[in-house]
Design a protein around this ligand. Structure first.
Ligand code: C2E
Ligand code: CA
Ligand code: CA
Ligand code: CA
Length: 279
């Protein structure tokens, strides 16, 4: 390629890897996906470890691509974040999750709690707090039934601004969780600056083995510290009964994972809520 024609042909340059071609194709089809109704939410139950009761669920987005079938959020959330599309997608997720959860409450006649993932880009929107307030008012979901999951990376930029924004969110009466704790570089001491209610321990954190300290002692010390800071601890990615027992012995509060329940459709979730008793 030479001169002016160069950019026109860049899609076909041999140095463009298959991975980057797929990425570009996804990026192009991601834009109209929202309008075409290709997104759907699945829900993964969250269990309280002391009594094994269902305490809520996490909303997880699914993309039903017309040609590619189900595309994993692992693949498209990063693209949505880079392009800024996550702001519109995230707005849809919040409204959809709150609408559906409110309906479940009406159906079952008891409160149902939902946790929604929020990306750093969304949190950086000046209107974000108003958006949450509006969705709560519009859907009638009680604020105490909504939790927002924020990643550590959303908390490392502009600490003062982020902290004041989180305080505003807390004033709405909702709950705030830090997602994937243990994968970033923030510490409990750092998180004290923010009004965080819940720490979600990443799967790798729980599985990580230490040479000198047993996994149990490590998790136990961590949970005690979180409790001292008034934070509840939720373990993510629990795949075996052994891990579950260890977490319970360490007084971890809640857990999510394939061993307990996989992310599921709304109608599957209905049967789980139904089976969880308490009229
Ligand atoms: P995440 O927020 O950490 O969500 C947990 C992920 O772990 C989910 O993957 C879930 O299906 C998976 N998981 C649950 N239990 C187990 C287990 O026992 N073992 C293993 N290995 N994995 C388990 P999923 O649904 O593919 O979502 C991946 C990531 O995409 C999420 O990680 C989150 O970061 C992002 N994501 C999903 N939905 C949304 C959304 O609505 N908005 C935003 N901003 N991000 C989302
Ligand atoms: Ca999450
Ligand atoms: Ca997580
Ligand atoms: Ca994760």
């Amino acid at each position: 390629a030479k001169g002016a024609g160069r950019n026109r042909y860049r899609f076909f340059e041999p140095e463009m890897t298959v991975a980057s071609q797929v990425r570009m194709a996804l990026e192009v089809s991601l834009r109209p996906a929202l309008a075409r109704g290709e997104f759907e939410l699945h829900y993964q139950p969250r269990i309280e470890l002391a009594g094994m009761a269902l305490v809520g669920m996490e909303a997880l987005i699914r993309w039903n691509h017309p040609e590619r079938g189900r595309v994993s959020p692992q693949q498209f959330i990063a693209i949505a974040e880079e392009t800024g599309l996550i702001v519109d997608i995230g707005r849809w997720v919040l409204l959809e999750a709150c609408t559906r959860t409110r309906r479940l409450m009406d159906e079952f006649g008891r409160p149902v709690a939902v946790s929604v993932n929020v990306s750093a880009r969304q949190l950086a929107q000046p209107a974000f707090v108003d958006e949450v307030r509006t969705v709560l008012a519009r859907t009638g979901l009680p604020p105490e039934c909504l939790e927002l999951e924020l990643t550590e990376s959303a908390l490392i930029e502009d600490i003062e601004h982020t902290a004041s924004m989180l305080r505003e969110l807390k004033r709405l009466g909702i709950s705030l969780a830090v997602d994937d704790f243990g994968t970033g570089f923030s510490s409990l001491a750092y998180l004290r600056r923010f009004p965080i209610d819940v720490l979600k321990l990443d799967r790798s954190f729980v599985l990580q083995q230490d040479q000198d300290v047993s996994t149990f002692d490590f998790i136990k010390a961590f949970v005690d510290m979180a409790h001292a800071l008034n934070m509840a601890v939720v373990a993510e990615g629990v795949e075996t009964g052994e891990v579950l027992d260890l977490l319970r012995a360490a007084r971890c509060d809640q857990a999510q994972g394939y061993y307990l329940a996989r992310p599921m459709t709304l109608s599957e979730l209905r049967s789980v809520i139904e089976a969880s008793g308490a009229p």
